[in-house]
Write a protein that binds this ligand. Structure first.
Ligand code: ZN
Length: 115
Protein backbone atom coordinates (compact mmCIF):
# COMPACT_ATOMS: atom_id res chain seq x y z
CA UNK A 1 0.00 0.00 0.00
CA UNK A 2 1.54 3.38 -0.99
CA UNK A 3 2.76 5.54 1.89
CA UNK A 4 0.68 8.55 0.76
CA UNK A 5 -2.45 6.41 0.88
CA UNK A 6 -1.65 5.27 4.42
CA UNK A 7 -1.19 8.92 5.43
CA UNK A 8 -4.59 9.84 3.89
CA UNK A 9 -6.25 6.91 5.64
CA UNK A 10 -4.65 7.95 8.93
CA UNK A 11 -5.96 11.51 8.42
CA UNK A 12 -9.45 10.20 7.62
CA UNK A 13 -9.41 8.16 10.81
CA UNK A 14 -8.76 11.35 12.82
CA UNK A 15 -12.47 12.18 12.33
CA UNK A 16 -13.69 8.79 13.55
CA UNK A 17 -14.61 8.56 17.23
CA UNK A 18 -13.79 5.64 19.53
CA UNK A 19 -17.12 3.74 19.18
CA UNK A 20 -17.05 4.06 15.39
CA UNK A 21 -13.43 2.91 15.36
CA UNK A 22 -14.37 -0.18 17.41
CA UNK A 23 -17.15 -0.97 14.87
CA UNK A 24 -14.74 -0.44 12.00
CA UNK A 25 -12.19 -2.72 13.65
CA UNK A 26 -14.83 -5.43 14.17
CA UNK A 27 -15.88 -5.16 10.53
CA UNK A 28 -12.30 -5.37 9.27
CA UNK A 29 -11.63 -8.32 11.60
CA UNK A 30 -14.63 -10.19 10.18
CA UNK A 31 -13.73 -9.76 6.50
CA UNK A 32 -14.62 -6.07 5.98
CA UNK A 33 -18.12 -6.52 4.48
CA UNK A 34 -19.21 -2.98 5.38
CA UNK A 35 -15.91 -1.44 4.29
CA UNK A 36 -16.10 -3.38 1.00
CA UNK A 37 -19.62 -2.04 0.34
CA UNK A 38 -18.53 1.49 1.19
CA UNK A 39 -15.45 1.33 -1.07
CA UNK A 40 -17.48 -0.35 -3.84
CA UNK A 41 -20.13 2.39 -3.67
CA UNK A 42 -17.47 5.12 -3.85
CA UNK A 43 -15.83 3.39 -6.82
CA UNK A 44 -19.19 3.21 -8.59
CA UNK A 45 -19.72 6.91 -7.95
CA UNK A 46 -16.30 7.80 -9.39
CA UNK A 47 -16.61 5.46 -12.37
CA UNK A 48 -20.09 6.62 -13.22
CA UNK A 49 -19.47 10.31 -12.83
CA UNK A 50 -19.31 10.46 -16.57
CA UNK A 51 -17.18 12.95 -18.35
CA UNK A 52 -18.09 13.74 -21.89
CA UNK A 53 -16.03 13.47 -25.04
CA UNK A 54 -14.59 16.84 -26.11
CA UNK A 55 -15.47 16.05 -29.73
CA UNK A 56 -18.74 14.11 -29.92
CA UNK A 57 -20.14 14.74 -26.43
CA UNK A 58 -20.68 11.05 -25.72
CA UNK A 59 -20.44 10.23 -22.00
CA UNK A 60 -17.12 8.65 -21.08
CA UNK A 61 -16.87 6.15 -18.29
CA UNK A 62 -13.64 5.40 -16.52
CA UNK A 63 -11.89 2.34 -17.91
CA UNK A 64 -13.74 1.99 -21.23
CA UNK A 65 -10.73 2.65 -23.46
CA UNK A 66 -11.12 6.40 -23.60
CA UNK A 67 -8.24 8.85 -23.90
CA UNK A 68 -7.31 11.90 -21.88
CA UNK A 69 -5.11 14.45 -23.58
CA UNK A 70 -3.29 16.94 -21.37
CA UNK A 71 -1.82 19.88 -23.22
CA UNK A 72 -0.94 23.54 -22.86
CA UNK A 73 1.94 25.16 -21.04
CA UNK A 74 3.03 24.72 -17.42
CA UNK A 75 1.05 27.79 -16.31
CA UNK A 76 -2.19 26.70 -17.93
CA UNK A 77 -2.68 23.01 -18.52
CA UNK A 78 -5.79 21.93 -20.42
CA UNK A 79 -7.36 18.50 -20.41
CA UNK A 80 -9.56 16.88 -23.03
CA UNK A 81 -11.39 13.57 -22.57
CA UNK A 82 -11.94 11.69 -25.80
CA UNK A 83 -14.10 8.59 -26.21
CA UNK A 84 -12.14 6.83 -28.97
CA UNK A 85 -9.14 7.12 -31.25
CA UNK A 86 -11.28 8.68 -34.01
CA UNK A 87 -12.26 11.54 -31.72
CA UNK A 88 -8.63 11.84 -30.53
CA UNK A 89 -7.55 12.11 -34.18
CA UNK A 90 -10.23 14.71 -34.94
CA UNK A 91 -9.22 16.72 -31.87
CA UNK A 92 -5.51 16.69 -32.73
CA UNK A 93 -6.30 17.78 -36.31
CA UNK A 94 -8.41 20.62 -34.86
CA UNK A 95 -5.47 21.66 -32.66
CA UNK A 96 -3.19 21.55 -35.68
CA UNK A 97 -5.55 23.85 -37.62
CA UNK A 98 -5.62 26.26 -34.66
CA UNK A 99 -1.81 26.29 -34.56
CA UNK A 100 -1.71 26.99 -38.30
CA UNK A 101 -4.17 29.90 -37.88
CA UNK A 102 -2.09 31.27 -35.00
CA UNK A 103 1.01 31.07 -37.18
CA UNK A 104 -0.82 32.82 -40.05
CA UNK A 105 -1.87 35.68 -37.80
CA UNK A 106 1.44 35.81 -35.93
CA UNK A 107 0.01 34.75 -32.56
CA UNK A 108 2.67 33.15 -30.39
CA UNK A 109 2.21 30.58 -27.65
CA UNK A 110 4.69 32.29 -25.35
CA UNK A 111 3.49 33.07 -21.84
CA UNK A 112 2.57 36.71 -21.20
CA UNK A 113 5.38 38.55 -19.44
CA UNK A 114 4.67 42.01 -18.03
CA UNK A 115 7.33 44.55 -19.03
ZN1 ZN B 1 -16.08 11.06 -28.97
Amino acid sequence: MPFIFIMKLRDALQNVDYDELVKLYEDVSKGSEHVKKLVSKKLDELENSAKSCAVCGKPIFFGDGAYTLIFGNDDFKKKANLCAVDCLDFFVKHLKKLEEKKATFGIKNEPYVEK
